[in-house]
Design a protein. Structure first.
Length: 230
């Protein structure tokens, strides 16, 4: 794994790059509120071992469970800058995101993100995103009329039945909202919580799964299959 520093105007940010063979698929990883992609190392390692080059920007931890417009647009902009640095303009990439990182990718795939009534967030779409893997996506950002109409890429969305932060009903709503033009492959793991997908969860959280290591390997393997079908 390499860590590179990219410029964002007068600021800079780090990007973890896990390189596979030349010509491999590129996965753009969009981290959750904690900001550090290595906290999902089993998934990132599995993607590299399956032949994907992983590009994962680092971010500051979000101070609130409700991100600001500035925080969301900064994340989307830096994800695009990371693609610019490691993906040719005509190439395709697969977006994989956890929690708020998943919602950011949905917006980058063409959706209109809202923070509330009369509060649209302007995020530029990126045509290089050919597929999306959404781990426990918060979908309340896309409740506006027609907010998801422009998302026309294959989607795999995975959530735990015990997730109280982004419960399965949110992912099920996403699938229903898009069913007329897009099929969302919904996976629900019984007993998994919001942080079960992470190797390093936030402190002071309790893991509901008794077999978490097995789950980490199994869900990572399934995502590699979906990504490999691109």
């Amino acid at each position: 794994m390499l860590t590179q520093t990219l410029k964002d105007g007068g600021d800079s940010f780090e990007v973890s790059v896990r390189k596979a063979a030349t010509g491999s698929s590129v996965v753009l990883f969009s981290v959750g509120s904690g900001g550090q992609p290595e906290r999902l190392s089993t998934l990132l390692d599995a993607l590299t071992e399956s032949g994907c080059t992983g590009v994962a920007p680092h971010f500051e931890r979000l101070a609130s469970t409700t991100p600001t417009e500035e925080e969301l647009t900064l994340r989307a902009r830096r994800l695009t800058l990371a693609l610019d640095a490691f993906v040719e303009p005509s190439a395709r990439a697969i977006g994989v995101g956890h929690s708020i990182g998943a919602a950011t990718l949905v917006a980058m795939a063409g959706a209109q993100l809202w923070l509330g009534p009369g509060q649209p967030v302007s995020i530029a779409s990126d045509r290089r995103l050919a597929r999306l893997v959404l781990l426990e996506p918060p979908t309340g950002f896309f409740q506006g009329p027609g907010a998801l109409d422009a998302v026309r890429v294959p989607v795999l969305s995975w959530v735990g039945s015990a997730d109280s932060i982004t419960p399965p009903a949110q992912t099920e709503w996403l699938a229903r909202a898009m069913h007329d033009w897009n099929v969302v492959d919904v996976r629900i793991t019984e007993g998994a919580g919001h942080f079960s997908f992470m190797d390093v969860p936030p402190p002071h959280t309790t893991e509901p799964l008794p077999n978490k290591q097995t789950f980490l390997r199994e869900y990572s393997s399934e995502i590699c299959k979906f990504v490999g079908a691109a």
